[in-house]
Design a protein around this ligand. Sequence first.
Ligand code: ATP
Ligand code: MG
Length: 254
Amino acid sequence: MAQSTTSTDKQPLIELKHVDKHYGDLHVLNDINLSVDRGEVVVVIGPSGSGKSTMCRTINRLETIDSGEILIEGQPLPQEGKDLARMRAELGMVFQQFNLFAHMTVLQNVMLGPVDVLGVPKDEARERAMDLLSRVGVAEQADKVPAQLSGGQQQRVAIARSLAMQPKAMLFDEPTSALDPEMINEVLEVMVRLAQQGMTMIVITHEMNFARRVADRVVFMADGQIVETGTPDEFFDHPQTKRAQDFLNSIKGH
Ligand SMILES: Nc1ncnc2c1ncn2[C@@H]1O[C@H](COP(=O)(O)OP(=O)(O)OP(=O)(O)O)[C@@H](O)[C@H]1O
Ligand SMILES: [Mg+2]
């Protein structure tokens, strides 16, 4: 293992090469090329229907692709079975809807994956789950069921649940867009801290302040294509394309 460290460090963690996908006549992903390095935070923005969620979902094979390649640490995505399950666990995914198990306590939600999928002994899983719940600020809620929590608290539990699988990267698809305004910041703060701790992240979001603060790179999508990519300052202050300029104007004042 040790001798390969240098080469894997230089290799992108996630790489999409010429990825194409259609839904019938709709070219939902059109020659997508994206490479994400370890520790990098990439924010994906763009109009509704531009293919952001679809792209994100292809990365852990919740969606198949027509052609092109998706590589995780240089390896193609496994097609199915145990290898696919293992790879999915390595890429944490947090959605707009929290998708917690309603009949389980918060603690059980966070322990489930490590115990069932990773085979972590229960005592150890419980200890780690409690530690993660403290890190996202909801340790006091451990014995409640999700319905007894606010949306912001549930989303932080969902993040803790993903982190419990010790993922190599985290994919966030509009994690705050279903939340009441007063709960958005508590979730964004958890994400800011994750980014500061070096987590590799792909974040689809309309939270432009967040993007400015933590993104290493902004990727702008429209009509299934990556139209523009740059640092937050480049993108927000000097968008190059008319599409991006129009999009930024349309969201100003929101
Ligand atoms: N399962 C599906 N079958 C057919 N069309 C789909 C399917 N899923 C998504 N689409 C279409 O693909 C396009 C891209 O959808 P996608 O959800 O990736 O967009 P998005 O950029 O995430 O939009 P939003 O900002 O609204 O979440 C849309 O036109 C959508 O209607
Ligand atoms: Mg979407």
